[in-house]
Structure formats: C-alpha cells, structure tokens
Design a binder for this molecule. Structure first.
Ligand SMILES: Cc1cc2nc3c(=O)[nH]c(=O)nc-3n(C[C@H](O)[C@H](O)[C@H](O)COP(=O)(O)OP(=O)(O)OC[C@H]3O[C@@H](n4cnc5c(N)ncnc54)[C@H](O)[C@@H]3O)c2cc1C
Length: 472
C-alpha cells in the first residue's frame, strides 16, 4: 500500500528534522525517511560529539594549568573511557530530545533507505519514494513534495585507503577507544584544526599536513596566522604546501606517508592518520537518475528557494554544498518548507551567517575577509582590538587573540567581523545580529557593553574602526 503525504523528507539530519518540525507546524502531513539515526551527522558524528570531546580536552588543559589560579591539585589524569562515555550520554540525551520533538509533531518516521522513483503507476511525475527497510517489505510513499536532505560524507584522497583502524575519517576518530601516541592530520581546515587542538590537549603528538599555504584557508589571513602561532606554541607541527604523494602510504606498526613540500619530498610517520579534506554530498543511490535533477561537483543544484530542476523536489543542507554548517542546513530546511506551504520566498543571506571553529583558541567570523572586501572593490577601514586590553579576559585567564572589524569607508556598514580568543563562538552572535540589522561600526561602538565582560571587545573593536578605542 502506498502512503500519501504533503511532504516526504529524505534524511533526518539537522536539515531534515528541523524542516519536518516546521512542516508539521504549518499543517503539512509529513514523513521522514532516515536510514540511520535521527539527528544525522551533526548530532552523531559532527558538531555535538566533537565539541563534547573538545570540552573534556579544555577541562584537562585547565586542570593542568590550575596552579596559575592558585589551585593546587594532584597530577591530572586522563580517563579517556569516561571522556567517551560523557560524549555518548550527551548525544543520547539530545537524540531522545529530537525523537520526542518528532513524535510531538506527529511526523511519521520510516527507518530505512529512501530512493526517488521515476514516473510510475503511482504518479506521472518522478518523486514517489521507495523505502527499503531491513527485514521488511519496501514501503511506497506518495508525496506532493519531496525535500532531499541526505547530507554529506568525508571526501577521499586518491591513494589513501581509509580503513577505520589506522587511517581514520572524523567518523572513526570520534569512536576511538584509546588515544594514539601520535597522529598525522591531512587537512588544515576547520575539522582538521579542531582535532589538532583537541588531540594536542590530550597529549597526542600532532602533525598537520596542509595542501595550501595556510591553515583555515577560508578565514581572514590574520586569523589563520594567529591560530597557527598558538597551535605551534602548544606543540603541533604544521607543514604547509604539503602535497601528498599518491600511493606513498605505508601501514606497518603505524603509518608512513610522503609529501612534496615546496619541491622537496619529505616522509612523515605516526601511529594513526586522520583524513580531513572536506566532505561531498550524499547523492549516490537516492534515485537522482530517475529525475531531471542536476548536480555539480557531487552536490545537487538548486534555485534561490531550494527547488531542484524538478520543482516539487527541493534539496537543502550539506547535499547542496556551500558552507556545510548545521545552522545553515536547518534554516534552508525552514525556507524550503515555507516555500512549499505558502509560496514564501525566504532565501538565506549567506553573508550574514557566522562560521565557528571550536579549537583552543576558538575562532569565529562573519561576512567577508579583508582580502575578499578589497577584491570586491570596497574601500575599507578596519579596527582591531586585542583581548589583552579586556579586563574580563585577564580575569578569565585567557587574554590571547583579538577581534577585527572591517567596515565600508563610505557607509560605515559592517562588512566582516573576525575573532580569535576566549568564547568568540558566542561573542560572534552580536556581530550576526549587527549584520542582520544593517548596523554600522558606529552603532556597535555606541552600544554600552557591560563591564567587566568579554563582550566589551566588540565595542572597543568597533570604536577602533574610527580610531577611537579607549583601552588600547
Ligand atoms: C566532525 C564534524 C564536526 C562538525 N562540527 C560542526 C559544528 O560545530 N557546527 C556546524 O554548524 N556544523 C558542523 N559540522 C557540519 C554539520 O554536521 C553538517 O553541516 C550538518 O549535519 C548538515 O546537516 P544535513 O541535514 O544537511 O545532513 P546530515 O546531518 O548529514 O543528515 C543527513 C541524513 O540523511 C540520512 N540519509 C542519507 N541518505 C539517505 C537515504 N537514501 N535514505 C534515508 N536517509 C538517508 C543520513 O543517514 C543522515 O542522517 C560538523 C561536521 C563534522 C563531520
């Protein structure tokens, strides 16, 4: 028997389940098809478990440094099994929360692998969903609309076979039962740098091999170099311009790999290797060949309201590429559902979306970098303020880093805000609100920030744009 729906969502990750909740609020009869666990990558293999591990790494580092605060402890000891258990219980608690929300929204969940069928006896248009469920008969779903939210998976590198034992993706690394003594991380992007920071705090010897000429290549150059400085100070080896030589990987009592570093072939060895070179859309096996849907470089192409070439089939989240962030996936899901329900065009202004890196130190940014602003032809002015001029940062015991604000010389509008230092992944929200409300640097500078607080740095950096910073 075929089941009829207003909307079927393929994939119950952050994008998919948030879209389903919004659809149920708008009165659409909705189903999710999920082949693994509701919550997807972010909850089970991404944002949440990685930040839980990073928090344990932070507590360990702070315990070691507690004597600087006048607290004497006996030697800090790491119990990695407890670290992993804590992570798992946070994930489990949130997973139960998502399941409750889905139940409350009366959203049907089909636990199986979904595939889009072409025109058939069920419908003259592609879009019927066949759900394969282990040990059960296939279910047929007949939706008026479909949202593809199948997410992404780690990108491979030719010649590096991820075996899950010695050569890991971030999915495997999250499940480690014991820490290796040393690790090579291939890729100095966000995921690679978060792992480098966490593992070095846990006492693992870390080497980062980055293909480009700087780590965090999509961030402002000053953020990249400040992050590099901090990681090196904490013992991380960072090799830039490192092009892995294909088929050079040897696995025997650990791994050995060679890279061409500026014309010089060098060999690197460690107990394990983590491959963190980006992610590609989950587009295989979901029936796209039964439709007119177009893809580009492993991602589904959509218009400004997330419709594919088949107007009743939408796609959102990591599977359409772009910034590949959980908060983007969920907002794209809401925008797609509101277009389905009432034709509302609610496309996202990606320039107003904050990007965060939860390493130590944290980094966060929004809008364009200084180089991008100049490339776009803006006549810019910039203000920068260091955390060492902020009393609360000294009290907190963490006063490295800075906030840099880039504004338009003519209009004074904010173009980009770049931060590195304590709690910047929270502080960036003020900049996000400022961007949404079209605030000028002057308005941020005139905002009275509480004293002492880390947030004072936003006011000071904004005043610095006009050469008026008070405490530096
Ligand atoms: C290590 C790591 C750390 C990260 N940290 C952050 C962070 O701190 N902040 C942040 O914003 N983002 C972070 N991300 C990115 C974030 O996880 C993704 O952007 C987000 O999960 C994308 O949501 P999505 O719904 O598009 O896809 P996903 O969350 O990947 O969900 C897709 C779902 O679809 C299911 N699926 C796939 N194919 C089918 C099928 N044929 N049938 C049925 N179900 C199917 C999958 O099982 C999965 O559950 C991180 C990612 C990683 C890997």
């Amino acid at each position: 028997m075929a089941h009829e729906y207003d909307l079927v969502i393929l994939g119950g990750g952050t994008g998919g389940y948030v879209a389903a909740i919004r659809a149920s609020q708008l009165g659409l009869k909705t189903a999710i098809v999920e082949k693994d666990l509701l919550g997807g990558t972010c909850l089970h293999r991404g944002c949440i478990p990685s930040k839980a591990l990073l928090r344990s790494a932070e507590v360990y580092r702070q315990t070691i440094n507690a004597k600087n605060f006048g607290i004497e402890t006996s030697e800090a000891k790491l119990n990695f099994a407890t670290v992993q258990n804590r992570k798992s219980s946070i994930v489990e608690q949130l997973h139960n929360g998502v399941k409750t929300l889905i139940k409350k929204g009366k959203i049907d969940v089909y636990p199986g692998t979904g595939r889009i069928l072409g025109p058939s006896i069920f419908s003259p248009m592609p879009g019927t969903i066949s759900v394969e469920m282990p040990g059960q008969e296939n279910e047929m779903l007949l939706p008026k609309n479909v949202i593809i939210a199948t997410g992404s998976k780690p990108r491979d590198v030719n010649g590096i076979n991820v075996d899950g034992q010695t050569v890991l993706s971030s999915d495997h690394a999250l499940q480690l039962e014991a820490l290796p003594s040393s690790i090579i991380i291939v890729g100095g992007g966000v995921i690679g740098i978060e792992w480098a920071s966490m593992l070095t705090d846990f006492g693992v010897k870390v080497t980062v091999l980055e293909y480009g000429n700087r780590i965090l290549p999509s961030e402002d150059e000053e953020i990249s170099s400040e992050m590099e400085k901090h990681l090196i100070k904490r013992g991380v080896e960072i090799i830039k311009n490192a092009e892995i030589l294909s088929d050079s990987l040897e696995i025997q009592d650990g791994i050995k790999i060679a890279a061409n570093v500026k014309g010089d072939n060098q060999s690197f060895s460690a107990e394990k290797l983590l491959l963190a070179v980006g992610r590609i859309g989950n587009i295989d096996g979901i029936g796209l060949d039964n439709t007119e849907i177009e893809c580009e470089a492993n991602f589904i192409k959509v218009n400004e309201v997330y419709q594919t070439k088949e107007k009743h089939i939408y796609a959102i989240g990591d599977v359409i590429g772009g910034m590949q962030l959980a908060h983007i996936a969920s907002h794209e899901g809401i925008a797609a559902v509101e277009h389905i329900a009432n034709g509302e065009k609610k496309s996202i202004n990606y320039a107003n979306v904050a990007r965060c890196i939860y390493s130590y130190p944290e980094a966060a940014s929004i809008g364009v970098t200084e180089a991008q602003a100049t490339e776009k032809g803006f006549n810019i002015k910039a203000g920068k303020f260091p955390f060492k001029g902020i009393g609360k940062a000294l009290i907190y015991g963490d006063s490295e880093g800075f906030v840099k604000i880039i504004a338009d010389q003519e209009t004074n509008d904010l173009l980009g805000v770049h931060m590195i230092g304590p709690h910047v992944t929270d502080l960036i929200s003020e900049a996000a609100l400022g961007m949404l409300l079209d605030a000028t640097a002057w308005e941020i500078g005139e905002t009275i920030h509480p004293h002492p607080s880390l947030s004072e740095i936003m006011g000071e950096a904004a005043l610095a744009v006009e050469g008026r910073a008070i405490h530096f």
